[in-house]
Design a binder for this molecule. Sequence first.
Ligand SMILES: Nc1nc2c(ncn2[C@@H]2O[C@H](COP(=O)(O)OP(=O)(O)O)[C@@H](O)[C@H]2O)c(=O)[nH]1
Ligand SMILES: [Mg+2]
Length: 375
Amino acid sequence: MHTVSRAPRAILIDVIPPSMDRDDAAWRITELESLTRTFGGIVIVKLIQKRSLPDYRTYVGSGKLEEIIGIAKEERADLLIVNNLLKPKQLFALEEALRPHHMAAWDRVDLILKIFQKHATTAEAKLQIKLAAIKHMGPRIFGMGMELSQQAGGIGTRGIGETNTELMRRHLADQERQVKKELEKAARSRGVHRARRERLGLPTASIVGYTNAGKSSLLNALTKKGAFVANALFATLDTRVSKLWLKGETPESEGSIVLLSDTIGFIQDLPPDLISAFRSTLDETIEADLLLHVIDAGDAHLHEKIAEVEDILQQLGTTGTPRIYVFNKMDTAPDLDRAALTEHYADMTPTFVSCLDGRGLDDVKRAIADRLRAA
Ligand SMILES: Nc1nc2c(ncn2[C@@H]2O[C@H](COP(=O)(O)OP(=O)(O)O)[C@@H](O)[C@H]2O)c(=O)[nH]1
Ligand SMILES: [Mg+2]
């Protein structure tokens, strides 16, 4: 695979059963697009393919693969991302077919792992992700070894590939043991990171919610990123932390600063092997004084998603952290029953905004100030 220094240009494909309804299909590809952007990729084409059974060899099938290669040539694509879980052999076959066109192939787990890798800040998070990657990549490497052994050795002979596979298997097992040992050590020094943040003496708020709910948009809308000039105090913070200036009550009063941080966000159907790695990326969420839970107001499954986010937050031990529910994308949900939601989530200071047209953003700032003052 060639190294890419600019933002990779990605072709996305989702293979779905023919019976899936249109909204669900649209939602899935939108989520994938959002994930790709979170990774830092540029989406050039989105493909949805209906198939009752994925192709056993290439998952997408040879016809689709031809089409993808055609698009890749025209659009200078670097990457094919398949929104499904592929077998090691299928990914290997895709890689083989795409390599001559200077393209790599990832499945959904690859993409998620890359996002985690990019966002991990603590030693513990990095190790958790490394562990998940070893578990995920392991079978793929064995799969490749199998291919090689079939090519190199005939029946009854011990192929080169087989020997390599054995070596690789041992190497990975060693690595896994090593990472687990380091993880134990990292867990013991967990407090270090937190201490650094606290030294700044500023309140912190963390933005949580599902992918595509508008977390990054909210951060940008609230802080008008770009207008913010870094100074020495904030230079030590990672790039996803922004300074939010809350105006004072009166024109004379000084107002206050809150450190606002974006998170990766919850991912639909997160593979179980990735849950520990995902949680470890939420370290800063655990430490936050306040949580902004962003919800897509137009989402048909809004209550379920809220419950799922709450469930993880509880498992992270943030039950006591005050929350503000930010119902975003109000421009897409004119019929939303605000009164019912306000009553139902009364403890969560529900606010209704649109990052697109800017409505409600002042309410969010006011709510942040109020909740921090009360805390
Ligand atoms: N219509 C509408 N779209 C929005 C709004 N806020 C965000 N979006 C869009 O929703 C998508 C996901 O936003 P993003 O901030 O990346 O979501 P994140 O994954 O939660 O960080 C983007 O295409 C945004 O342009 C909004 O208030 N209204
Ligand atoms: Mg985001």
